[in-house]
Structure formats: C-alpha cells, structure tokens
Design a binder for this molecule. Sequence first.
Ligand code: SF4
Length: 211
Amino acid sequence: MTTATAPSPAAATPATPAAASKPPRRRRSRRWIRAVAPFAVLFAIWAFTGVAHAIEEPDLDEPGTLDSTRCLSYWTQSPEAIPEPYREELGAQVYGCDICQDVCPWNRGIEKRRAGEEAPAGAEPVVSLLDWLRMPDEELGVRYGRLYFPRNDPRYLRRNALVAAGNSADRSLVDAVRPFAEGEDQLLREHAEWALALLEGDTDRPGGHER
Ligand code: SF4
C-alpha cells in the first residue's frame, strides 16, 4: 500500500531567515560539489598511487604488478632463447627462481613451520653443471622429469646450464660447453657461443663483460 502525506507546516517553510535568503544558485553548486567529491577522491587515489601508470606500463617496479616476461623463472621454463639481459641475472641458477616466494611476508608462517624439516625426496638445491651438460639426453630428461620444461625436451635444461656455465667464470667448463657451440641445434649453439665468450673473456661482443 502506498499512502501520500501532506507536507507539515515545518517542512514547507524555511527553518531560519538565513535559509530563506540563501540564493538558490549557491545551493545548487554545493549539491554539485557533494556529488562530484567522491569521484574526485577516487581519481586522486588512482593518480597518486600510480595505478594509471601500472595499467599503461605493467612492470615489476609497480606494487602489485608483475610482467611475467621479466621473471627469471619464466625464462628458465620458456621454449625460446633466453634474452641476453636476463642471462646474467640468472647467475648460477639453472631452473626456476622463486626468490619472491622466499621473501614474501605472506609465506613467513609457512617458512617457520617448515624450518628444520627435511627437504622433500628428490630435491636437489645444488646440481652439477657438468652433469647437466654431459649427461645423455634421455637420462637428463628422466632424472628431471618432475620439473616442467617444454615438451619434456631436455635441451631446455641444457640451454639453462649453458647460461649458468657462462656466468660461472669457471674455465674448466669450456670443454663441456664447446661441443654445443659447434653443434646443429641453433638454440643451444647460440647460448653456448654466449657462454664461451664470457668464459674465454671476449668482452667485445655485445653484452660481454670482464669477470
Ligand atoms: S623473484 Fe624470481 S620468481 Fe619471483 S618474480 Fe622475480 S624473477 Fe620471478
């Protein structure tokens, strides 16, 4: 049921003489400001927290924003050549990264609970680069079958090992790297040439540097 009520005398007449004399235009502009204010506040937050920039240029420097193609872990699992700027960043890592998981405050509780626990069966925090470079394809693929690498093809693990070898400054690895630089596989050849240039101190090549 809908009922209509007649306005009371108090509501129909201005409460004070001042209200009665207020210009209608001023009241209209106050109403307009009240309507727009929340949007202005939201815009200010959007602009000053960098949300606008993050939407236009996603990268790792913006809070809460991740460009996966700048993630080292991504490149160790990619089917493509690892871009040169990321090769040096990988250092001695042959697979994955997950430093963000280690330093994330969200994970602190889990880390505390796991402190002192044995590493899971088969975990190998440190591997032999020589094994990764010299082990037969099939053996390498089976041994690390628990990891993701494209099409289960161990050449991608080999590629990662070549990058780590180049970064190692360990000249004893030259003999293990060289066959890939002379091989048929174009992906491995290019990464091996990059590694040899570092190991043998060729600093003239693009991206080369002293060790
Ligand atoms: S810390 Fe490592 S795994 Fe995490 S986003 Fe950065 S590069 Fe990727």
